[in-house]
Structure formats: C-alpha cells, structure tokens
Write a protein of this length. Sequence first.
Length: 319
Amino acid sequence: MEQRKKIFGALDDLMRSPIGDRLRERVFRELSTKEIHDLLQREQKPYKELMAYYQCALMEVETKFRVLNEQFSLAHDRNPIESIKTRVKSLESITEKLNRRNLPFSTQSIEENLTDIAGIRIICSFREDIYFLADCLLEQDDITLIQRKDYIENPKENGYRSLHLIVEVPIFLEHKKKMMKVEVQLRTIAMDFWASLEHKIYYKFEGNAPEYISRELRECSGIVSVLDDKMLSLNEAILKAKAEAEAKAKAEAEAKAKAEAEAKIKDIADKQRIEAENYEETLRIQREEGQYAQHMHTSTANFGAYQVEKQAEVGVAGA
C-alpha cells in the first residue's frame, strides 16, 4: 500500500511539473476537441452506467429490508433492524482489487469477477434477527443466492463475525431487465462495533498490527459473542416475563368478567324469583277474592229466594 502511494505520488508530481504540462499540451494539440470528448465518453460512460445500475440494485434490496422491518414491527411490536448502510465501491478500490487479481479494468471484468461492488450492511438487534431476515430475503422469488458465508458460526481467524450473502436481484430499466449482484452483510450491533474498531486499528498499522494487538482483538471478538448471547438471553427473559404478566392480567380480567357475569345472572334470577313470588301472591289473593265474591253472590241469591218464599206464604195466609 505504501509503495502504491509513492508511485501515485510520483506520477502526480510528474504531471504537475513542466514535463507534465508539455505532455498535456501534446495530447491536446494532436487530438481535436471532439476526439478528446469521445475518448472521455468511451472511458467514462460505460463505467458510470454500470455504477448507476449497482446503485439501483442497492435501492431494490434496501427497500426489501425496510418492508420486512415494517412488517415485523407490526407483528411483534419491535424492529429487528437497527440501521441500514449502503455503498458502491469506489473507483480506487475497484482498480486496486482488479490489479491485485491481475484482471483487466473494464465493465465486463468488473461484472464477471467482482461481487462486492454494491454492498449493503444490515445492523440487527439480536443474532436470531440476522437469520430471520436472511431467510425472509432469500424466500423472495426475485432473489437468487449466489454465495453464502456464515462468519458467525465460523468466525474468521482474526475474530470477524458476520453473515455474508451474495445475491442477484433484477433492476428494471427503460427497455430491459438487468440482473445485478449485491453483497449483503448482516451483523448485530456488537459485531458491527467490533468490526468498525478493528478496521480503524488495522488501518493505523497499514494492515501490519503487532501480534499482541491481533490477539487482543480476537479476545474482544469472543467477548462480543458472549455479549450477544447474554443480550439474547435477557431479551428472551423479558419476553417471557412480559408474556407471563399478560397471561396473568388476562386471567384476572377473565375471572373478574366471570364474577361480574355470575353476579348479573344472580341478580336476574333473584328478580325473576321475586316476580314469580309476587305473581303467586297476586293469584292467591285473586283466588280468595273470587271465592268471597262467589260466596256473597250465593248468599244474596239464597236470601232473595227466602224473601220470595216468605211473601208467598203471607199471600196464601191472607187468602
């Protein structure tokens, strides 16, 4: 890396020198404006188009994860995704990778040989969220899995942990559909914290950190894994306690509702019993009143007959 910096620095100094000025003058003198424009277009346009396609592919995959996050939130009242980061690899990084593999620099070479030009990083709350989201993504019928590397179950030698997926996703252009590759990295917050600091530390040492630094980083990676396990256990304990509290509250509410219903039923039964008793009493009174009226009617009729009979006897005696 240091050697490359020296070479690029020397070339930059050369182009800024009088010799560089003469070289530029020679080029511009021998080529017409149109030829220079065409040259730049030939070199830049295909590359810019390809980078735009990778950016479109990233938007497609990012949208899929955001939809999954929203759906999970509605179903489980929490978000499995803490953050989403996307990037398209820089020209310098692409060139360096192609040179390292002794590959030519062309759009065809980039598409055929590099799978991490478009990258998306999904930061999750818990380890189980990583596999849940990965499975949901791969179940979608327009996603094709190209490669899967599980550095969580099988960490890298330096302690790096993450789930890597290389997927192919279609983008729909004006007159065609094009399949593009995207690298998906899924990590927990703790894994991302470790990876970010590890990258910064190694960058300071230009990739040649002392052995004790590497050893400490590996130990920290183990601590991160323990932390993830602990946080997952705590989350499961919280969910269990919440479920038990909700079940208890539900049981109490059901018991209260049952007691209230039974009390209402008892009140209705009591009212019906009282009404029935009142009705029976009314009937008894009516029956007694009916018997008395009948008795009075009979007595009156008998007395009337008696008077008629007496009058008849008086009439006979007078005759």
